[in-house]
Design a protein around this ligand. Sequence first.
Ligand code: FPP
Length: 243
Amino acid sequence: MPLFKKSNIKSENLPAHIAIIMDGNGRWAKKRGLSRNAGHQEGARTIRKIVESAYNIGIKYITLFAFSSENWSRPKEEVDELMRLCLDYLKNAEKETSDKDIRVRVIGNREGLSLEIREQIQKIEKRTENKKKMTMVIALNYGGRQDILQAASKLADDVAKGILKQEEITEEEFAKRLYTYDIPDPDLLIRTSGELRISNFLIWQCSYTEFYFSNVLWPDIKEKHLKEAIADYQKRSRRFGGL
Ligand code: FPP
């Protein structure tokens, strides 16, 4: 069986889609006597490194929970910094991924985002739409319940317009109206910093996802931790409700 150098990951049975709840930026900063925003800045640097690692390993989809629909309740200064980092990331994403075959997609409610961010999302999605090797999905102003509600609303609208009959409502038809309509469900969900919750992330899509929790704070996450999570995933037996 081919093995990756210095790790016990098998090149077959890789999770096609890894979703990550990047938690612990604030605690990372506090431990160092830094501001929470400094923690988020370091967190953004970690995103760049981990996306590159996932790409090199051969992961097809990576979804990152960058800003939840609940994060607006944080102090304005922190929200502003998270938005600034997201904008900066989207602006640089094309340049940074130009030598790589990476498509960028953003999921979440765009109405709450600034015009500048919405324009940047459109630009990067358009410019990378034909990239194939990996899709990086950024969840921005995303909430799982909100995703389900907006899909239900689209479905009701389509039934009212006669595009779909009520008896034709299936899981598949529903999933087609989620923000993730063109993205397969995550195989592996990683949450860092020792918190054991899903926090309203991809709640429809994670029905059969394998969960991996790490005590390491997000800014400290390295490629070796990603590989540890993948190796753990590869030891599991997925039955999807069957035997
Ligand atoms: C949680 O740390 C992390 C977030 C609020 C989301 C992740 C955001 C980044 C990595 C910053 C940059 C984002 C992009 C897309 C460039 P926390 O503040 O909840 O940590 P704590 O629980 O230790 O306080």
